[in-house]
Design a protein around this ligand. Structure first.
Ligand code: COA
Length: 267
């Protein structure tokens, strides 16, 4: 087992029983996402993917009461030329894709503003829960730019093309947490004071499940986002079959038939 990497702007704390809390930690800048924050998120994803740990679920939130993340850091972006901006976009996409595909569920606890890149980070997570005070938006075109960290594609997939176009093309529009819930951007809304406790509870619930099945399900759903229905079915059947090589699948099925609680070993 390896220790988690040392991050620049990400706090990473053990919440016991396989659950860890990651906090984007730039509260004085409303957790604005500079290249180092994106790198931290990618390194977190790569560490989780490595399987050299016993982490079963991660909760990702923002430091302070105001923001999950108020977007990409506009300071460094203002200095970029076209080539650097394209490279920044590619890197941000790559880091968030690593996080999205790491195989360990990552749950966003959106505690405040999730604007621009902040919303793009939340959308790369496996599930999203929001404080009732949270606000969501993609205000990039107001600055003469567009989302560059996978936002167009993920937003269309989560809320549909009509709503996605409206959020991106009308940058004065911000969705409240309740609207985000109604449009399918988040999975649930909690009072701000309870958000972290509730999301950590959900993480603990997911962490008790046989993690090879959880990873296989995430993998099939991630692959399903881009593939044709036939490819998705093929991957699903393959991963379904793979699980029958695990002790846990036989344990789960037998335990049901024997009317007892399953005891999983993670293999
Ligand atoms: N990049 C860099 N710095 C940012 C930032 C961003 N995306 N968002 C906020 N900050 C900084 C502010 O510049 C300010 O820094 P300062 O204290 O050194 O001046 C600090 O965070 C607090 O922000 P402030 O604007 O004072 O807070 P507010 O509550 O009045 O407004 C927002 C909050 C989110 C409405 C406002 O900060 C904002 O519009 N941010 C940019 C959102 C955006 O366009 N995101 C997409 C970027 S591509």
């Amino acid at each position: 087992m390896q220790q988690p990497p040392t991050f620049t702007h990400l706090l990473f704390e053990n919440q016991d029983k396989g659950v860890w809390l990651a906090t984007i930690n730039r509260p004085d800048k409303l957790n604005a996402l500079n290249p180092d924050v994106f790198k931290d998120l990618g390194e977190l994803g790569a560490f989780l993917e490595s399987k050299e740990h016993s982490i079963r679920c991660v909760v990702l939130t923002g430091a302070g009461a105001k923001a999950f993340a108020a977007g990409a850091d506009i300071g460094p972006m203002a200095e970029m030329n076209s080539k650097l901006a394209e490279a920044f976009s590619r890197k941000a996409q790559e880091h968030l894709r690593t996080l999205e595909y790491c195989g360990v569920p990552v749950i966003a606890a959106v505690n405040g503003f999730a604007f621009g890149g902040g919303n793009e980070v939340a959308m790369a997570c496996t599930l999203r829960y929001a404080a009732d005070t949270a606000k969501f938006g993609q205000p990039e075109v107001k600055l003469g730019i567009i989302p560059g960290a996978g936002g167009h594609d993920r937003l269309i997939r989560l809320v549909g093309p009509g709503k996605a176009r409206e959020l991106i093309l009308r940058p004065e529009i911000f969705w409240t947490a309740e609207q985000a819930l109604a449009f399918g951007l988040v999975n649930g809304v909690f009072p701000a004071a309870d958000l972290l406790t509730k999301v950590i509870e959900i993480a603990h619930e997911i962490a008790t499940r046989p993690h090879l099945a959880i990873t296989a399900a995430i993998d099939v759903m991630n692959e399903g986002q881009g593939g044709s229905p036939c490819e998705v079915m093929e991957n699903e059947a393959r991963r379904f079959g793979d699980l029958f090589n695990t002790v846990d699948a036989h344990e789960g099925l037998s335990a049901f038939l024997e009317k007892r609680q399953p005891s999983y070993i993670g293999a």
